[in-house]
Design a protein around this ligand. Sequence first.
Ligand SMILES: Cc1cc2nc3c(=O)[nH]c(=O)nc-3n(C[C@H](O)[C@H](O)[C@H](O)COP(=O)(O)OP(=O)(O)OC[C@H]3O[C@@H](n4cnc5c(N)ncnc54)[C@H](O)[C@@H]3O)c2cc1C
Length: 1001
Amino acid sequence: MNGRAMASSAPFSAAYGGDDRVVAERLLASARLDAEQEQRIDRIATRLIEAVRTDDDPLGGVEDMLREFALSTKEGLALMVLAEALLRVPDARTADQFIEDKLGEGDFIHHETKSSAFLVNASAWALGMSARVIQPGETPQGTIGRLAKRLGAPAVRAATRQAMRLMGSHFVLGETIEAALARVHAPTAARYSFDMLGEGARTAEDAQRYFNSYAYAIDAIGRSAGGRPLPERPGISVKLSALHPRFEAVSRVRVMNELMPRLIELARRAKGYDLNFTVDAEEADRLELSLDVISATFADASLKGWDGFGLAIQAYQKRAAEVIAWIDALARGHARRMMVRLVKGAYWDTEVKRAQERGLDGYPVFTRKAMTDLNYVDCARRLLALRPRIFPQFATHNALTVATVLELAGGDSGYEFQRLHGMGEALYARLSEDRPALAHRTYAPVGSHRDLLAYLVRRLLENGANSSFVALAADDAIPVRTLLRRPADIIGSAAQARHPKIPLPRDLLPHRINSRGVEFGERAALDQLVADIARAKIPARGSIADASLADAEHAIATARDGFRTWSATPAAERAGMLEKAADLLEARRAHFMALLQREGGKTLDDALSELREATDFCRYYAAEGRKLFGAGEAMPGPTGESNELRLRGRGVFVAISPWNFPLAIFLGQVTAALMAGNSVVAKPAEQTPLIAAEAVKLLHEAGVPITALRVVHGDGAIGAVLTAHPDIAGVVFTGSTEVARAINRALAAKDEPIVPFIAETGGINAMIADATALPEQVADDVVTSAFRSAGQRCSALRLLFVQEDVADRMIEMIAGAARELKIGDPADPATHIGPVIDAEAKAKLDAHVARMKKEARVHFAGGAPQGNFVAPHIFELRDASELTEEVFGPVLHVVRYGADRLETVLQAIERSGYGLTLGIHTRIDDMADAVIARLQVGNIYVNRNMIGAVVGVQPFGGHGLSGTGPKAGGPHYLTRFATEQTVTINTAAAGGNAALLSGDE
Ligand SMILES: Cc1cc2nc3c(=O)[nH]c(=O)nc-3n(C[C@H](O)[C@H](O)[C@H](O)COP(=O)(O)OP(=O)(O)OC[C@H]3O[C@@H](n4cnc5c(N)ncnc54)[C@H](O)[C@@H]3O)c2cc1C
């Protein structure tokens, strides 16, 4: 295949989370340089480190900040959080509370004199002034009054804001592109790449605004670019996530149709001024999509003849070498030059967390820092070998990395280094002194202080970590030779390529394996999954008949007979069957996902999450059951007697499950009851009988006897027959509060033994977002919590309380983000919202929407296709009391609250009588703590979305009208299905206490 064909026809593909050992073997094999080279590297790196350490820049940089407020200190962390959020808080009350909260966390006073750096002094001075009156032992709550009395709250606030601004202004080149350009407009030939700050776009308006700001900046940079040729010309760095509100793999078609033309337009402008135009590298799951956009843009005929187009490649990704080869083929195919910035990568912690959450087979990034460094050097070697078609740009502040690249480059031309504004100044100053011909470019953020501080905090977190070179170099106690240790020596052998304390996502949890997920950002995996689902042969709808009364009676009788054998089956065997069921579920993933999509209307993402949850339930209850139902627990007591407490099954459990999680909740209930030694008669929702029937078949195949598990199909009437049956030993139910009440009454009315009733019902779930919260984060989490699964989750957000000072902006962003959701066929991976379960549900929701349109203020009313679809809606209520019942669909209700009226919000939440889930978005820890302590809510989520509880991680279930507990997927669940038995044996009965008599002294 020639380069052109490859560039235009073969999308990028490489193993997403490859085996570290394999990569390490390759890297270690080529890492060694000869002794002379190594000596030169040592020499240069040492000189650069000395420059960093002796730097006495009166303004200070990131390095000074780190020296003063190390991240490992309370002050450092408090400062970060304060810096990230303070400037976006508009109201004085919240700002004061926030300052008090953060300053109460540390002792800022002693920082006053430690550093000579102006920046640190300035912020420490301001903070010290604010914090001085907080004495050890005093509570922050108590001090605010005294603080305000002595200095006046406005003075404290003003000083702290000023300190934050000062910090900000040092790391931003300018608040506008003009200001930034004015600052660099020096006679020197310094190279710059400007970065327009901001979070990624959440709405179409955001994307347009970012596009405009890039376009404007390109013109401004271009006009002042002077007459030097590339690569000496300035540049701009562009984030694709800023140019589209759904820059995600599943929205590929939209991205190609909507984002790509924008990128081409910006690139054309940059070409007009012959600038360097770099597409920044973002999260690993966006890599393939980014490369699609980049290759299509690069191929656009209008960009022919321009050598300024480029991209960033992350060396912490295992796929970096493949990306380089692919990019080279692209450039070769179009016979053009490309500029490639090699970075290590800025999202490492996010990547690790995401891979764990997604249950991936491996991490897309390395887990040892030295592997990243090793790969960086390998990638550098590759890029240097591709000169001049590729113009390498090495972005690093690591002296050893710089020295190694210099050695590999064998000269000063044909490439450049890059650094972030405010970082690496001393290092690159020394380098320029030593090698004046060597070029380096500064990546310069441009934007408001508010955006800047969020950026700065990320940089500080990244560089303050004790794995970071900048942090180590800032610490004079660390000997230079430690900093010179070669990554290959640190790794040693390929077997040690992985971090020993970062388990693979599958091995994350104790006692059981994590369920396996799929990364939708890996096209091959996504395509395979979609194809498998499309091919899956599932039984026809309507192939399952409702049970008759006789069937129900027969099921209970069979289960009653089966109970004895099943409860006598050793717990380990029962657990083994559940684990087998989990394995079968994973092996038949496509089959079950097809069922979930076709019968339950689940989107791809929802179907996968549900399959994983079902799998986790089987494994979790197996693991718990082994512990609880194995050997009994020996109780303490007098000698000559053994006392043992045992758990055993109760009898026939009736399990009644809902249609919204037809596999996970169904299997969760059934497997818990089975694990506890009960036989089970399950009655699934009448809307989703096929899924239940297939799940039961699977359990039987896994070894559960048919006498231990029976399924009875039908509606509520047959459920009522089962729960009223005299022979049952318990009921586990998930569904509406009304039905739970009816079951409770039916059970109470019987004269047979009183049996346990485990109910999980709904809720009017609320979220509180105050002015310190990040609007983009709130928008993401609200949209996910309220609209994912078409709002048909009992955990879904129904009532959002937003602090009035920020409400307009937040609601606008949430509405804008909701507008970007695709509603339609759940089989299409691009769909975010599928249908509601049936026409009856739709009619009920439509009626509510119609009423709200009359009674409430409409912020968003989406459009839905024909069929059982309900579009997302956002209504603003005057008062929370206007929402009196759970609305089980994609309808969000918003209420504004004043910062001084949080108590009213809490009372409103309490008054609903429910207590299932609650979301809190705030940077004020005291506020979160107070709300958590005050409200009796089952699952509380701080600064994240409030759905998708993970089995064994977030045990799930609520209080009050929301359910009886215990929590599903939690350590107390199984015991509720069991009965207890104490066995006491008088071991001294026959002849006396032999054990006591023969005991040693
Ligand atoms: C000009 C410029 C442009 C940039 N553009 C981008 C961009 O487009 N996209 C982007 O993602 N980043 C970008 N960055 C940020 C860049 O990734 C970081 O600055 C860089 O990681 C710091 O590397 P270093 O060599 O200076 O520091 P070092 O301290 O030597 O390396 C830090 C790196 O090691 C990684 N690391 C830390 N612990 C581990 C571990 N246990 N396992 C594996 N790896 C680990 C970190 O994630 C980080 O990547 C840019 C940086 C510069 C200077």
